[in-house]
Design a protein around this ligand. Sequence first.
Ligand code: BGC
Length: 774
Amino acid sequence: MAIDLPMALFSDPEWQMIEEGFNLVREHEVESIFALANGYLGTRASLEEGSRLSQPDTFAAGIYINEPAAELGPSLARLPDCAHLEIAIADELLSLETGKVLEHRRILDLRQGLLWREWRQQDSMGRISQVRFLRLASLADRHVIIQSVVIKAENYSERVELFAPFGNADARSEQKAPLVSSAYDPAMVTVRAGKTSIAIAKGWVPQPPSNRGSAGEDRLSDHTKERWSWEVGPGEAVRLDRVAAVYTSRDAEDPTNAARLHLAEILDRGVSALVRAHVDAWRVHWSIADIQILGDDEAQRALRFAAYHLMAAANPADEHVSIGARGLTGRAYGGHIFWDTEIYMLPFYLLTDPPTARTLLMYRYHTLDAARRKAKAHGYEGALYAWESADTGEETTPRTTVAPDGRIVSILTSEQEHHVSADVAYAVWQYWLVTGDEDFMVDAGGDILIETARFWASRAQMDADGCAHIRGVIGPDEYHEAVDDNAYTNMMARWNLNRAADAVSLLKHERPADWEQQSKRLALAADEPAAWRRVAAALVTGFHPDSGLFEQFQGYFELEPVDVVSHRNCAMPIDLCLGPERTRLSKAIKQADVITLSALLWDEWPDAVHQANFDYYEPQAAHGSSLSPALHALVAARLGRVEHALDYFRQGAEIDLANNMGNAAGGVHMAALGGLWQAAVFGVAGLRIREDGIALDPHLLPGWTEMSCSVRWRGRILRLVIGVDTVEVGIETQDSGELKIAIVDGPFCFGHPGRRYIVEREGLAWGAWKEADG
Ligand code: BGC
């Protein structure tokens, strides 16, 4: 039997990301884009043998280490590289940088979560080798990383050798730790990152040339590396599989023992079975998460790429970690967690995999004490979440940064960007709307809503005229610091205050016994909810009824108008061109701010208000943050500005795929990927979540002839098919009651499990919903 890799690629090119050839300068971004992860471990797609520019980082979720420069705070620890492997033919190392590359291709198989590499190389003696690699971070067993390599001699008889360095010998990291344990063990690497120990048990499964027994095989290990060698003849191939089992003291009392036992168990099952289980796990995830687009291959691939990284980033089994701005794919932002998770990523999990959304919210519950401490330290009540956080929930925002012109500038976000508390509360309420999970509200969600409401009630200043103000904040637009009454912050705070009061009524009525405990635990005074509503009603909104505009913050309308639109094509960001002072005094904004408000609180205002604000603020947006384009796409789609929406959709997609912000090297932009998914589901399909069901307001983008996706709503799986003139909703679960299915402000019907419903456009309006046959 010919020797081959343990799994074939999923052949449909629509599911493949392909990097042809080799371009050293692109290496860091390829490593990010093609990264593998499973929410517990993440590993960049570095070349196995390395290159001058390789950055082969492996991360474990929740394991941070203090950077040598204290003002940077903790960063995700970089673990020993589990994938490094060098190949030598008769002592000559194969390298893309020195030999003659006849063929080289890397493929990320999105469907199966596999990183695939094909390489045909001629060495200085004219020997041609065909090398194929496969790598995965198992989704079926999150402690496991698997790598497989097949080397085939095309035209020579020689010794083929494989070298794998041990432990941390290869961790070319300027990070002080991790330290390799002193004890030498060829099958085990143990390292420490701060107080956490990490154990990596390594197993090898060799497959000698197909026409010989194992006699030709020779394995050596010294204290620095492991070596395998075989004699091969023309047309002969060898294969080596490497399996790593990783445990840490976060998840096992004795990680070394746990890793060793786990490795023994999985080796027993065999590499092929492990790979199959992984591929099956991806198939199950995709059965809900895939969005299908007809008519636009580029958008199709971008959405699959987004869903791939979103699924790869989360681990529903660990309530003490969340997803950093770049997931587990790169070093940027040190793996810190921002509002990106709740506002940009969480909707994806909520509607495709609610237990994962719950886990992410539990991270905020477990870090509530840190948020309480932060509020207290600033003289407020309740809970103020850290702008950036890591494992403990303490504030981890760096205190300073170096501006591109070399100046050291203070970072004020940890002091002033307070909207994150309302963002977390917003996500809690969305979770409740979609799942109806009252247990979560009793155990955790209610606490978050109440503590964040308390924060806002103390944060708002009541003036003599009866108006409440939130002064000295940074809104989503970080170009303007220390502003008063940022509309986004105030509106989200108002919403937070009202929903907390709603949650109290809900829990009181639905779960009286639990509520007694919960209200005691929170020492809630009987008059607090009414006080929250009063503050909410008094909060200044910045809304100008004559124009329908929200003033982004007090005084924004008087700032200097600048031509942001013609600046968008300049290589240098507008804040650098104008300088910080002029930017602050100008209307240029870094990212969607009022427009984010539109996206989140759409039903609070008529469409005309969203339209007016989009028209006013869109030209001011410099899109200096990756978070910006996708939400512009979402709002433009909802407004039916489909051309504009498509432009923004593409811009959002290209943040990683075309590295259009120039910083994909630091990892993929998780918020932008979540935003893209939202642009499709909330923008193009126009999905709205209601307590009694769902409503849709479809706006297919130019060229799209159909979009279909699945979403979960209160125990059901709903299959949505948006055509040019039709909408179809199938209720795929059998065992739940009816739900209301509507076209926004249009016809509705009540849907029953196991049935499909269709509505067609009739001229400019929608006809009546009908039950579909079959
Ligand atoms: C954005 C923030 C975002 C952060 C992490 C910043 O550039 O302005 O809104 O949370 O990046 O993605």
